[in-house]
Design a protein around this ligand. Structure first.
Ligand code: ADP
Length: 265
């Protein structure tokens, strides 16, 4: 009798053990899949600009180097390709840190209105090139102090503005507004009247490397990482991001931040 009990216990233990191992193996498999998927995407993203740069270099070596005008033109294009590679690698670095939870927030109190205006200044040229107006919805806005990681919030605003420029129409407008939500929250909205996003893509928009129109987005030269970086940063702050969009009308991305009564020094 004691043997059967022991056998039963033993069987149970073996099952438990096997079950535990199975879960471990499943997790490992998922991780391995994730890693493979990630690496696959990375090499895919890097390939296009690398081949482009190599193409210009080969053309130069092939004789274009001897023509002053062509030399200038191809070197400039090669440099643009390298610039794009740098952006992609920077985004990859950031997303890796954000995904393993390795990025610490440095919170401080700052005026988010001023930060938005700063970001407008940085992107003014880019917007002007596409004849897109960046506007603030208040003419003389009062400061709004929030408690957050200033640099990362700037990256969020910048990524959203860059997208509104990339996917906007010439002579379009991107409007930014800051509103009180509930007592200690503000909501920042970035609204464009660009191409809009088809409904079926909305749930996947914040996934890394996800793009709506593969060819169209690719020609805009993004990495498909912008929105996933945005989401990670907002969630690391314990805040939320929302999107509303309609094809042919435009898109609105909005996110919340914690308001603070305390003024920055
Ligand atoms: P990308 O580097 O391709 O811009 P993102 O993660 O920033 O990557 O955006 C993912 C996709 O969402 C884009 O490829 C684009 O198709 C779509 N998208 C993002 N923002 C907008 C917008 N303001 N208007 C229309 N489409 C957008």
């Amino acid at each position: 009798k004691p043997v059967t009990t022991d056998m039963k216990t033993l069987t149970e233990e073996i099952e438990k053990f096997a079950e535990g191992k199975k879960i471990e193996i499943d997790t490992l498999k998922i991780r391995e899949e994730y890693r493979r998927d990630f690496l696959g995407n990375v090499s895919h993203e890097l390939k296009t600009p690398l081949f482009t740069v190599q193409g210009y270099i080969l053309t130069l070596l092939d004789g274009a180097m001897n023509d002053k005008k062509l030399r200038q033109k191809y070197l400039q294009r090669a440099s643009k390709g390298v610039e794009r590679l740098i952006y992609i690698v920077k985004d990859l670095d950031l997303i890796t840190k954000l995904e393993v939870g390795d990025l610490k927030l440095t919170r401080e109190d700052f005026d988010v209105i001023e930060l938005i205006q700063n970001t407008f200044d940085l992107l003014e040229m880019k917007a002007a090139q596409k004849q897109i107006a960046l506007v603030f919805d208040m003419e003389y806005p009062n400061p709004v102090y929030v408690n957050a990681d200033r640099e990362k919030v700037q990256q969020v605003i910048s990524n959203l503005l860059v997208n509104s420029i990339k996917y906007g129409h010439a002579n379009g407008t991107t409007e930014v507004s800051v509103e009180n939500l509930i007592k200690n929250k503000v909501i920042i909205r970035v609204t464009d009247n660009g191409s809009g996003i088809p409904k079926q893509h909305i749930p996947r928009l914040f996934e890394r490397f996800y793009r709506v129109d593969q060819s169209g987005s690719r020609s805009e030269g993004g990495s498909g990482l912008g929105l996933s970086i945005v989401k990670h940063i907002i969630e690391a702050h314990g805040e939320k991001i929302y999107v509303e969009s309609e094809v042919g009308v435009g898109s609105e991305f909005s996110f919340t931040l914690e308001k603070t009564a305390k003024r920055a020094e």
